[in-house]
Design a binder for this molecule. Structure first.
Ligand SMILES: NC(=O)c1ccc[n+]([C@@H]2O[C@H](COP(=O)([O-])OP(=O)(O)OC[C@H]3O[C@@H](n4cnc5c(N)ncnc54)[C@H](OP(=O)(O)O)[C@@H]3O)[C@@H](O)[C@H]2O)c1
Length: 337
């Protein structure tokens, strides 16, 4: 069994911990937090051992009546691999600790690409991460773009990508980002940083991205234009995407007109926390004009990177190949709406 440590138990970390627990070949050694709060309490209620990310603050857990298994260093030492899901920039600070204990580490999209050996998306470059010590699971937006571009590149070739990313202002629990009522070009400079991030996955890709932020918490929305190397009928693209387990084509008959109904559907479908691990592509939006492909997709920022973290664990340890890992992750998590 692969022993997995989760350092940082917030939006991403708690979801990764639950997904790891579902895997037949993995166990969660424990999770680390800096302070006691509702997430610390639920971690213990779920049976995860809780470690103190900052040793001097261990007393605070005791005062709150929460049992601590030890300092984060013990957790890292015990594990075969650590998933760092701390806020942006803290992963970089933690790198020396992972090196000290010789534990391979996965970081999240908020860290710089040059912190790691490999930026990772399971569908696109799984093999690049095999035996790597430091791997970054790319951001929710980059994951969403990579999953669409990988099959298009393989099937038809891609000449140019132009994407506008309408980004949620904050996650539902992220009160520090609100209250908000505005529409921001963000970043206002063009192209945005998202394109270069996708190029960490496909280094020969020609992509320009524009970013916006809107007062929404549920999901991001991408408006995508991909110039393919050949003329393709839209129905062919729909068939291509239908074979991809992490792309959900929203059928017209479902009458899902936006992020609100998508989240409602996920909750009705019994998804934990209403999570949507798949890209949600409106089937009717898939259109072609000559070699240009257009589509709209919704990306659930809190959860699309979760299966990618699970696959990255197997990649760094050489525990499975891409096909086998993705199939196991999809089956255990119930991916495929
Ligand atoms: N949320 C998203 O939409 C999203 C999507 C994709 C990728 N990401 C990336 O995932 C990473 C984590 O983001 P997130 O949204 O999960 O953040 P988050 O909700 O703020 O969770 C991070 C957790 O780390 C804990 N933490 C803070 N300092 C720590 C430290 N020194 N050691 C250990 N734990 C520490 C915090 O908990 P306590 O301080 O309470 O212990 C917090 O709960 C970032 O790189 C982000 O860019 C986020």
């Amino acid at each position: 069994m692969i022993q997995v440590a989760i350092n940082g138990y917030g939006t991403i970390g708690k979801r990764v911990a639950d997904a790891v627990r579902e895997q037949p070949d993995m166990e969660v050694v424990g999770v680390a937090k800096t302070r006691p709060n509702f997430e610390a309490e639920t971690a213990l209620e779920k049976g995860f051992s809780l470690y103190a990310a900052i040793e001097e603050r261990a007393d605070q857990f005791a005062e709150a009546g929460l049992e601590i298994a030890g300092p984060v260093e013990d957790l890292v030492d015990e594990a075969d691999v650590v998933v760092d899901a701390t806020p942006s920039g803290i992963g970089a600070e933690n790198k020396a600790m992972y090196e000290e204990y010789d534990t391979p580490a996965l970081y999240q999209g908020g860290e710089d690409a040059d912190l790691v050996d490999v930026s990772f998306n399971a569908r696109s470059n799984f093999e690049d991460a095999v035996d790597a010590d430091h791997v970054r699971v790319v951001s929710c937006n980059t994951t969403g773009l990579s999953r669409v571009l990988a099959p298009l590149r393989e099937a038809y070739g891609v000449e140019k990508v132009r994407a506008t990313l309408v980004r949620r202002g904050g996650d539902p629990g992220q009160t520090s980002r609100g209250p908000i009522n505005d529409i921001l070009p963000n970043p206002v400079t063009i192209p945005s940083h998202h394109g270069p991030d996708v190029e960490t996955i496909f280094d020969d890709l020609d992509i320009d991205t524009l970013g916006m932020k809107v007062p929404a918490t549920l999901m991001h929305m991408h408006s995508l234009n991909v110039t393919l190397s050949e003329e393709v009928d839209a129905s062919e693209v729909r068939d291509l995407f239908a074979d991809e387990s992490r792309l959900f084509l929203i059928p017209e008959r479902m009458d899902i007109d936006g992020s609100g109904k998508l989240k409602e559907y996920a909750m009705d479908a019994g998804r934990p926390r209403g999570d949507i691990w798949e890209n949600c592509i409106w089937e009717e939006s898939i259109s072609t004009v000559g070699t240009d492909l257009y589509l709209f997709q919704g990306i659930h920022q809190e959860s699309d990177v979760v299966p990618e973290n699970v696959d990255a664990i197997r990649a760094v340890l050489g525990a499975a190949d891409a096909e086998e890992s993705i199939a196991t992750t999809d089956e255990t998590m119930g991916i495929g709406l």
